[in-house]
Structure formats: structure tokens, C-alpha cells
Design a protein around this ligand. Structure first.
Ligand SMILES: [Zn+2]
Length: 247
């Protein structure tokens, strides 16, 4: 589904528009002309459908070069192994996400908590996969004629990255599970979530002038995304924890 000149939604689960497998986060395709990139993979069961959606938009999978992960939670990175096997895509993540993914470390991504709470099938397995490139704050990922800047945004999880992409038309935030419509956040009672760090990460985006706020779940916003981010920052500055999309 084409969202803008450069971005398509190719995967989405129940906490979205249910385009692919129920457990998938939003999976975005970035069209940089000669090269394509994906933001996140979904949980893994929807990978074939995601690839079919990319083909149905008229793209050749040969151009699919980069997978930019926001964090290690299974609904965002669990499809990495399948995606690499099917496309040879280059995997890009934070140092911590790489550590979790390369070890199939279900404990560090709080998967047992999530399974017990019913967020995943009880027999779901987080498949270990190597990461090709580790990125940190300020690094640039080039996708054809587009560039994405890495912003370290821990809080929802301790390994969380966001990516800012500026085009002549719009400034995009691929925010993973950092911030959502109406300034909501994604707080959970799990060991790798820190409310204080969510606040500090949001404040980093105060002057980002985001137009397109493209989160990992729920509503995506194509204009004035910054106003939603600012609602969260306003709460934090009053020492109030923003509402959570998880309740
Ligand atoms: Zn998450």
C-alpha cells in the first residue's frame, strides 16, 4: 500500500490494519530508486506475504538491499532469518539488537513474558540470525538516493533505534515502538522497558519537525507528525507518563 512518494506499507498485523500475519508490526518499504529497504520484518509468519506485497507494488526483489531493525522484540525482528534466506537482504541494527538476534536470546527481548501474556503462540521460536552492520547515533544508512539517520531511542526496549529520513517533500520518523498517534507510547511491565528512558528519547525529537510519523503499530500519520510527538513531550515535561497503546 503506497503511503507517500517513497514509502509503502507492506506488512501489518492485528495492532494495525491486518495486511499480513496477525502478529506482524507495521513493515515499511522504502523506495530509494535503485535500492529498496525494509523497516522491520514482522514476527516471521508473514514474510512470504510481505514479499508478495512488495512484488505486487511492481518492485523486483533483487533491489531489496537493506533491513533496518528498530528493536529486537519478536514482532519487529522475528522474521529476519526467513527474510535473509529468501532475499539475501543485509541486516542493520543496534549493537544490542544484534546481540539478541545473533543469539536468538528470547530472555533479553522479554519473549517469555510476552508469550505468557498471550502476545505470541506458546511454541513461537525467535530464530537466531547474524547482523551485517551495527549502527549507532548519528550514523547514516544510504538506500539508493535516500538517506536515513540513526537516532538511539531506548525506553520501550533497551536496544531501540529510530530512523529519520529527509526528502524534499517530507521529514519522516520511522519510530518503531517509541511514539504513536496522539503522543501515546508503548510501556510494558517487562524487564527491558524503562519509562524514564522513553521520556529522554522523546525529548531528543523536540526539534525534529517530523511530517510523517510512521510507527510500528496503530495509526500512521502523513502530515504534522511532530504535533503528536510534542503531545508526549508535553506530558513528560509535566512529569506525567503518556498513555500507552498497550492497556
Ligand atoms: Zn516492541
Amino acid at each position: 500500500m503506497k503511503l507517500t512518494k517513497h514509502v509503502y506499507l507492506v506488512g501489518s498485523g492485528l495492532q494495525g490494519i491486518h495486511l499480513t500475519d496477525a502478529y506482524d508490526c507495521h513493515v515499511y518499504l522504502i523506495d530509494g530508486g535503485d535500492e529498496l529497504a525494509l523497516i522491520d520484518t514482522g514476527a516471521g509468519m508473514g514474510v512470504e506475504q510481505i514479499l508478495q506485497n512488495i512484488k505486487d507494488e511492481g518492485f523486483h526483489l533483487d533491489k531489496l538491499k537493506y533491513l533496518l531493525l528498530t528493536h529486537g522484540h519478536a514482532d519487529h525482528s522475528g522474521g529476519t532469518k526467513k527474510l535473509v534466506e529468501k532475499t539475501g537482504i543485509q541486516v542493520i541494527s543496534s549493537q544490542l539488537t544484534a546481540q539478541y538476534l545473533e543469539n536468538g536470546d528470547e530472555e533479553s527481548i522479554s519473549l517469555s513474558f510476552a508469550k505468557n501474556a498471550g502476545f505470541y503462540p506458546i511454541d513461537y521460536v525467535y530464530e537466531a540470525t547474524p547482523v551485517d552492520r551495527i549502527v549507532k547515533e548519528g550514523d547514516i544508512v544510504t538506500v539508493g538516493n535516500l538517506q536515513l539517520e540513526v537516532i538511539e531511542t531506548p525506553g520501550h526496549s533497551n536496544d531501540h533505534l529510530s530512523y529519520i529520513m529527509k526528502t524534499p517533500e517530507s521529514t519522516y520518523l520511522f519510530g518503531g515502538d517509541l511514539v504513536f498517534y496522539e503522543g501515546k507510547v508503548a510501556t510494558q511491565f517487562i524487564p527491558d522497558c524503562s519509562v524514564f528512558d522513553i521520556g529522554k528519547s522523546l525529548i531528543k525529537l523536540k526539534d525534529a519537525n517530523i511530517d510523517c510519523l510512521l510507527p510500528g503499530h496503530d495509526v500512521f500519520i502523513l502530515k504534522q507528525g511532530q504535533s503528536h510527538i510534542n503531545r508526549a513531550i508535553d506530558s513528560i515535561e509535566r512529569l506525567v507518563i503518556p498513555s500507552s497503546i498497550i492497556y
